[in-house]
Design a protein around this ligand. Structure first.
Ligand code: NAD
Length: 275
């Protein structure tokens, strides 16, 4: 399967569909990521706080997939924001992953209360210049946080990874990011199993019309909106299902109907207050 790539504002590109490992048990991560790689995923999304970077690294090493065909993202946790602490935390993530570089490094949350994300971002620029990170970005940054980076630093983030699914679409952040060439990554793309997205008629009708599953329809909605997406599953058959989304296309009416799903508010923490 050829996964489309999204061009980033720094000259690099990223596979639009990947595999996320939030809440994947560290003891099971190596097996689960090995399955994902066998299914065909090449883009993996982890974070220090997930506690499973080592398992991801072991699976990558054992897979024999050439490094240049892989795309690996990890994230800086909130208590590591700063300057020296960023450099130290990055070294440790790289070590746990067993890699010489990561493709994308993200500030996991802005944590406005500690007011260190601008300093942290300047350190991210240094990491990028060192060549050990190809692209730098942010996560859970809302418009005021993005605006500060743009006003006070020299580099516009390559991506913003935010909670995004049909019931929580964050149009303000998406519009602002689009204006500045910041690619959007959707986290919790299927509603994290907390919101019954896959049972809504807007989704199940489109699924029936295409002979696909509700999850495949929702993933397709993200892809056709231009978002980068990395659904998570521990089960190999669902990994394969979530990857098998390139043989159909939602039409405009189906896209509009899913975009029109009633807003349910966020499922995760409030980025203005969290951390
Ligand atoms: P998700 O929306 O991908 O939902 C995962 C859940 O959906 C699974 O546990 C399973 O219950 C269900 N599911 C998966 N495939 C299915 C299928 N084919 N049919 C039916 N049900 C299915 O939620 P997520 O894992 O939270 O989000 C994806 C990734 O986003 C994470 O793994 C992580 O990499 C990233 N993430 C980032 C942040 C952040 O703060 N930056 C927060 C949460 C998640």
């Amino acid at each position: 399967t050829l996964v489309p790539r999204i061009q980033l504002n720094d000259g690099h590109s990223i596979p639009q569909l990947g595999f996320g490992v939030f809440k994947v048990d560290p003891a099971e991560t190596e097996r689960i990521v090995a399955d994902a790689l066998e299914v065909g995923y090449r883009h993996l999304d982890t974070a220090r706080i997930y506690g499973n970077e080592e398992g991801v690294g072991r699976a990558l090493a054992a897979s024999g997939v050439p490094r240049e065909q892989l795309y690996v993202t990890t994230k800086l946790w909130n208590d590591d924001q700063g300057t020296q602490s960023v450099l130290d935390a990055f070294d440790r993530s790289l070590e746990r992953l067993g890699l010489e570089y990561v493709d994308l490094y993200l500030i996991h949350w802005p944590v406005p209360a500690q007011d260190r994300y601008v300093e942290t971002w300047r350190t991210f620029e240094q990491l990028r210049d060192s060549g050990r990170v190809r692209s730098i970005g942010v996560s859970n940054f809302m418009v005021p946080h993005l605006q500060r980076l743009i006003d006070e630093t020299a580099v516009v983030p390559a991506v913003d990874q935010i909670e995004l699914h049909p019931a929580h679409q964050q149009p303000e952040t998406v519009d602002f990011a689009t204006e500045y060439g910041i690619a959007i990554e959707s986290w919790g793309p299927l509603g994290q199993g907390k919101y019954p997205l896959l049972e809504l008629p807007q989704v199940t009708d489109a699924a029936a019309a295409h002979g696909k599953t509700p999850a495949q329809v929702v993933i397709r909605w993200h892809l056709q909106r231009g978002f980068i997406v990395f659904p998570k599953s521990n089960r190999r058959e669902r990994m394969a299902e979530n990857f098998d989304v390139f043989d159909f296309e939602l039409d405009d009416a189906q896209m509009d109907s899913i975009t029109g799903i009633e807003r349910a508010g966020r499922l995760g923490p409030d980025p203005h207050a969290f951390g």
